[in-house]
Design a protein around this ligand. Structure first.
Ligand code: NAP
Length: 248
């Protein structure tokens, strides 16, 4: 039996690239989305056409009842999870901190932080040997913004990713003896649609010359790092934050 993987925010960008690569490597793939049903269904059909097994599952990761329904549904359809990629994340229009209000802060923290915690907890309950599971791997998708701070753009988003890094380090230690590894990836400037949410679709092009490798990254380059962390090749790696950022 092959392994089952759930990728939150799998309908586009880094999540979709991770879903494609996981399917190529033989995983049964659950593709979570919040609104992008059409994109998620198209990705599932693409994977199935190539002989893989996949499932699209709607859930807002920031809502506890959605998360419980998603994990139960994925386990029924694909079998118990062996990997979770906590990838769903969002940001809003570029702004200084003095322009942020409580409603926006709540939205950012609910998806990026609460969502990552809720999904990690549900994955532990399926995978941990403490609950009779077979173990597994959780990869949290953070950002180099957690270190750089995103001044003048979205310090709220950057701070949410710092919280995700702390989740990675703390949870890794909490469940290491229960068969679960927990790692993080911190992408740099990656060509996806997320920059349009901040009001600047061309952001990567504007900043690319400041990247030591001289260019923005592709979603597939992040996906390869995620799949390595999930694989047995990384069997002694836990609590580690892997920068995939071209040196920035
Ligand atoms: P993206 O193209 O905007 O895709 C975001 C994905 O997350 C979409 O599938 C979206 O689904 C989903 N999503 C958003 N909020 C959700 C929620 N509450 N519940 C469930 N799904 C939700 O972004 P991306 O660039 O691929 O980013 C993926 C991850 O990488 C994020 O965590 C992001 O912070 C991180 N990252 C990206 C970069 C970069 O430069 N691109 C850099 C560092 C870190 P719907 O379409 O259905 O809303």
């Amino acid at each position: 039996m092959t392994n089952a993987i759930l990728i939150t925010g799998g309908s586009r960008g880094i999540g979709a690239a991770t879903a494609r690569l996981a399917a190529q490597r033989g995983y049964r793939v659950a593709v979570n989305y919040r609104q992008g049903a059409r994109a998620a269904e198209a990705l599932v059909r693409e994977i199935e056409k190539l002989g893989g097994q996949a499932l699209a599952v709607q859930a807002d990761v920031g809502q506890g009842t959605d998360v419980e329904r998603m994990f139960d549904g994925v386990a029924s359809a694909l079998g118990p999870l062996t990997a979770l990629v906590n990838n769903a994340g969002t940001l809003e229009m570029q702004s200084r901190v003095d322009g942020l209000d409580a409603a926006r802060l709540g939205r950012i923290l609910t998806t990026n932080v609460v969502g990552s915690f809720l999904c990690a907890g549900a994955a532990v309950r399926q995978m941990s040997t403490r609950y009779g599971g077979r173990g597994g791997v959780i990869v949290n998708v953070s950002s180099r913004a957690a270190v750089l701070g995103s001044a003048g753009e979205y310090v709220d988003y950057a701070a949410s990713k710092a919280a995700v890094d702390t989740l990675t380090v703390g949870l890794a230690r909490e469940v290491a003896a229960e068969g679960i590894r927990v790692c993080g990836v911190r992408p740099g400037l990656i060509e996806t649609e997320i920059h349009a949410l901040g009001g600047e679709p061309g952001r990567v092009a504007r900043l690319a010359s400041g990247v030591p490798l001289g260019r923005g990254g592709q979603a597939e380059e992040v996906a390869r790092a995620i799949l390595w962390l999930i694989s047995d090749e990384a069997s002694y790696v836990t609590g580690t934050l892997l920068d995939v950022s071209g040196g920035r």
